[in-house]
Design a protein around this ligand. Structure first.
Ligand code: NDP
Length: 278
């Protein structure tokens, strides 16, 4: 009860003190969204389009550019990229800088597919996933930093509750998200200390009802998922209002506190919330 009350107070305080979101600020904004062919990235592309932004979307497949134009994007351009490649992350940023004339938002969201299973020693997969889910983020952030500095722009990182509270069956994925939080958490301080114009937002998400996530957890857990369009909107608002953190849904913050305050109890709950027979 104490924990829940503390979380509620923290949530309400954060809501009251958060700057107001002005949708007009996104009209004409120059946005690059990665991993935008499906799931949360696709929904973010649609929201930015409705707000009248200029969007560059990237993934290995193009499924959304046309729809973004229909929804009202001032521009919607697709550039194909495989984020495991050493050159594609730079190529994508260069494409956006050239076609949009700069960047106001870099939204890093893509993830490579990873199994939901006990880790059985696949080191190569972990190495590959680090490239896709982590190193490409670092590379793209660096490539766009000068432009974001000029535009007083924002760097938005889509992370996960698993970056703060690992659960079973996701060891390679959770490690890439921990790396993201570590790197961009440190960069956040450095930019603030340099009095940089660039804001960094790290978004902690719980279970969201995207097809890829649902395919993985079906049969393993009954934890209710939250809707991708709402998660996407919350990420966009967090970036637009330059908030350093998002916790979505709100109670993910309480779960993280519970891990620190009651570790044994939380470990018990985590291990018993999955259907698994050895
Ligand atoms: P999806 O699997 O739906 O989307 C992943 C995106 O990444 C797709 O657009 C995919 O497109 C792209 N992608 C995959 N591999 C590559 C690659 N090698 N190079 C370039 N692009 C690639 O994921 P979600 O929408 O579920 O997740 C989005 C973000 O939200 C991720 O950062 C995830 O960690 C985070 N998150 C999601 C949660 C959830 O429950 N859904 C929970 C917590 C965090 P394509 O295949 O066309 O390349």
């Amino acid at each position: 009860k104490i924990l829940l009350s503390a979380a509620c107070v923290a949530f309400l305080a954060a809501r009251w003190t958060a700057p107001r979101f002005d949708a007009e600020s996104l009209r004409g904004a120059r946005v690059l969204v990665t991993g935008a062919s499906t799931g949360i990235g696709e929904q973010m592309a649609y929201h930015y389009a409705r707000f009248g932004a200029q969007v560059v979307i990237t993934a290995r497949r193009d499924k959304v550019a046309e729809e973004c134009l229909r929804l009202g994007a001032q521009k919607a351009l697709y550039v194909a990229a495989d984020m495991a490649s050493e050159s594609d992350p730079d190529t994508v940023v260069d494409f956006a800088l050239e076609h949009l004339g700069g960047l106001d938002y870099l939204v890093l969201n893509h993830i490579g597919p990873s199994p939901f299973s006990m880790w059985e020693g696949d080191v190569e997969h972990t190495r590959w996933l680090m490239k896709v889910n982590f190193l490409s983020y670092v590379q793209m952030a660096w490539r766009s930093l000068a432009s974001l500095e000029q535009s007083k722009g924002s760097l938005v990182i889509v992370s996960s509750l698993l970056a703060k509270m690992p659960s079973p069956f996701v060891a390679p994925y959770a490690s890439t998200k921990h790396a993201l939080n570590g790197f961009f958490g440190s960069l956040y301080h450095e930019l603030a200390m340099k009095k940089s114009n660039v804001s960094v937002s790290i978004c902690t998400l719980g279970l969201i009802d995207t097809e890829s996530a649902m395919d993985k957890v079906r049969g393993y857990t009954d934890v209710p998922p939250y809707p991708a369009p709402d998660a996407a909107l919350n990420i966009i608002v967090t970036g637009a209002t330059r908030q350093p953190e998002l916790f979505y849904p709100w109670f993910t913050r309480a779960l993280i506190l519970s891990k620190d305050w009651f570790p044994s109890f939380t470990d018990y709950v985590i291990q018993n919330s999955y259907n698994y027979t050895p």
